[in-house]
Ligand binder design. Structure first.
Ligand SMILES: [Zn+2]
Length: 315
């Protein structure tokens, strides 16, 4: 009998990626589509289409979404348009696909992927920091994924690092994400350019045909030592370092995995910079703490979503 295949789906702000995943976490086939702006129903249509075109007779589906997930429901999705009330996504998708569906937060699921098959494989206590439009996070504690009472654990992006600091997308002030998310960094660049600063970031963005300052645009500007990009990015790394140090002091994890679009482009060099930024705020007892870049790239979400589905059922 052929091994049971599971579909992992990673719903991002730009694209929805789906992959057919074997029990050994190898991805056999992939499909992706632009994330529709029409709200939950349009996203459900796209997931249904992607799962259908993958074929392979899967036995379950796992889905990572960029929001707070609890008990199969998506409670809030701040980065996607039209998600204004909690949605029972697992039940809706189960009806459409006639398959068991497991649901998780995208950064939690990305960390799960790195934990089962990537750079955090074998670690017992891990903090995941996912750098994208916002800053996501996840925790593995005592050899188990830890999502908290409301599914909201590991939100390193909303750890406060400065009382009455910069305004965050969550409505509070001084969060890590208010300095380190791509959305916040792009806003800062806009303000600085308005004040007379010069940067190649927008020219690079236009040359790549992008609408926003993507990870690829940032990586290029940093590679050519654009002064404004270097300055804004250094402030982001500093903010992440402080936030991560706070989380490490609280949890005493042994591994910090840095993932998401920026980590994919900047690799271990970014993880090393965050380690250096965190160092002054750690306690001496964290001497064995290691910082590593995610190893699966784009696949961490797909592999992690499939692993979530396997852990939720018996496949
Ligand atoms: Zn926040």
């Amino acid at each position: 009998m052929s091994p049971a295949l599971v579909v992992g789906v990673d719903v991002g702000g730009t694209n929805i990626e789906a992959g057919l995943v074997r029990p050994d976490h190898q991805v056999l086939g992939r499909r992706k589509a632009a994330t529709p702006a029409g709200g939950p129903d349009a996203v459900l249509d796209t997931i249904e289409m992607l799962v259908g075109t993958l074929g392979g007779d899967p036995v379950a589906v796992g889905v990572g979404v960029p929001g707070v997930v609890h008990g199969g429901e998506v409670l809030t999705v701040p980065n996607l348009p039209g998600w204004i009330r909690p949605i029972d996504l697992a039940t809706e998708l189960t009806k459409r696909l006639d398959l068991p569906v497991a649901l998780g937060n995208d950064a939690n699921v990305g960390l799960l992927g790195e934990w089962v098959a990537g750079s955090a494989a074998g670690a017992e206590n891990v903090l995941g920091v996912w750098l994208g439009t916002g800053v996501g996070g996840g925790l593995i504690l005592g050899g188990q994924p830890f999502t908290g009472v409301h599914g909201a654990a590991g939100e390193i992006g909303h750890v406060l690092i400065r009382a009455d600091g910069a305004l965050c997308h969550c409505g509070r002030r001084g969060c890590v994400e208010a300095y380190a998310g791509r959305r916040a960094m792009e806003h800062t660049v806009g303000v600085m350019v308005g004040a007379g600063c010069v940067t190649s970031l927008h020219e690079i963005r236009d040359r790549y045909g992008k609408a926003r300052l993507t990870s690829k645009v940032w990586a290029r500007a940093l590679a050519q030592d654009d002064p404004l990009a270097v300055e804004v990015f250094a402030a982001a790394v500093e903010a992440i370092g402080i936030g991560v140090a706070n989380a490490v002091v609280l949890t005493d994890v042994d591994t910090v995995v840095v993932g998401g679009g920026l980590a994919e482009k900047l690799g271990q060099g970014l993880a090393d910079r965050i380690a250096t930024a965190a160092q002054p705020w750690l306690l001496a007892r964290h001497a064995r703490l290691r910082f590593i870049a995610a190893a699966l790239g784009d696949d961490s979400g797909v592999v992690g979503a499939a692993a979530l589905a396997r852990r939720s059922g018996s496949c």
